[in-house]
Design a binder for this molecule. Structure first.
Ligand code: SAM
Ligand code: SF4
Ligand code: SF4
Length: 343
């Protein structure tokens, strides 16, 4: 297959650049905003191994996407490092023509074990999620009483392995907004890029309400009252985080403002769920069942045509429409859960 021979755009002229692959729907955490433990209990029907895409299938699909313009792949979940041998998958994806960057989003707990092998396999970056520095609060948020130190050790291991590291913090009003400043100061000191994520209405189980969102404006104001900051230009087209620099240092932070300042007009991301469905938006209700075609032994040409059709028909701009729809009391009822589609 020729390298990026077939670049395509959707109905809003957005190119296809990023592929996010959820490799597993299971997780060792039970974050209240993502997989609340009351709903994701011991008997929750997670996907059996036979329903997950195999590494062969993921590699084949990724090659097809690369030929349509995808340059970046992010591995996510669930917790991607719960799946065995992830470094072997990274190694395969790293060999695909046209793929320039492979990243992983993780809660960090397994990084001490796997960071080195992942780096050697060709992983370039990790985003580690951490919502608080206070143990008790963090234990409550992750639903499993995991200590902050377990994640900090993972971050250190990733840095030591030579991976580029960013930290993601989801901010929910009244829950962890008191952690914004301690987190900002801690990661400024470490010179690690911290990104604050506005709490989003992904899935149907996290009880989202607009009043629980701390806006980008509030976050930046809170920080700049204590530490002078200045805005920075985006690094590239479609970058989701608004960037800021601390004036007295080289450290920076970002805010992902999906709710109060959405960025659908430059959204170049497609998502592949753990069981092989294609989603053109994080807030989609329905996916395209690519696994069915793969397992019916459709040719590369016909799979490629299906992917082109899906992207060329894409109209999604959920976040752009959210505030308007929230005001009108309109709600999507059957959105796919984040742990399944991948964040
Ligand atoms: N388990 C990995 C982790 O937590 O990094 C990867 C999957 S997780 C679904 C990906 C990212 O989505 C995490 O940074 C998580 O904090 C974020 N996330 C999950 N639910 C969210 C929500 N309701 N609003 C905003 N971000 C959310
Ligand atoms: Fe697991 Fe990540 Fe969801 Fe937390 S946010 S429950 S770590 S998948
Ligand atoms: Fe992209 Fe959908 Fe998010 Fe808009 S709401 S930025 S289309 S994933």
């Amino acid at each position: 297959m020729k390298k990026n021979s077939n670049k395509i755009v959707d109905t809003l002229k957005r190119p296809l650049r990023d592929l996010r692959i959820s490799v597993i729907d299971q997780c060792n955490f039970r974050c209240a905003y993502c997989m609340p433990k009351e709903l994701f209990g011991d008997n929750y029907p997670f996907l059996p191994l036979s329903e997950l895409l195999s590494f062969d299938e993921i590699e084949r699909i990724s090659k097809l996407f690369a030929s349509l313009g995808v340059e970046k792949i992010r591995l996510t979940g669930g917790e991607p490092l719960v799946r065995k041998d992830m470094h072997l998958l990274v190694e395969r994806l790293n060999k695909i023509d046209g793929i320039k960057d492979i990243a992983l989003t993780t809660n960090g707990v397994y990084l001490p074990k796997y960071a080195q092998a992942l780096k050697e396999a060709g992983l370039s970056r990790v985003n580690v999620s951490l919502d608080a520095l206070a143990d008790e609060l963090f234990g409550q948020i992750n639903g499993r009483n995991v200590k902050v130190n377990a994640v900090l050790k993972g971050i250190d291991a990733a840095v030591e392995a030579g991976l580029l590291v960013k930290v993601n913090m989801v901010v929910k009003k009244g829950l962890n907004d008191n952690q914004i400043l301690p987190m900002a100061k801690y990661f400024k000191e470490k010179n690690i890029n911290l990104r604050f994520i506005e709490f989003m209405d992904v899935g149907n189980s996290n009880g989202w309400d607009l009043s629980q969102v701390v806006s980008k404006k509030e976050i930046v104001e809170m920080i700049s009252k204590e530490i002078p900051v200045e805005p920075l230009d985006p690094n590239y087209y479609g970058e989701v985080a608004s960037r800021y620099r601390y004036v007295d240092s080289t450290a920076e932070f970002g805010v992902i403002s999906s709710v109060t300042d959405s960025f659908c007009s430059s959204c170049t991301r497609v998502r592949l769920s753990a069981d092989g469905k294609i989603y053109t938006c994080l807030f989609a209700e329905k996916g395209f069942d690519l696994r069915a075609l793969v397992r019916q032994e459709f040719s590369d040409e016909s799979l490629l045509q299906s992917l082109i059709d899906v992207w060329e028909n894409r109209k999604d701009r959920y976040s752009d429409e959210r505030l308007e729809n929230t005001r009108k009391g309109k709600k999507r009822k059957n959105k796919i859960e984040m742990s399944y589609i991948g964040g």
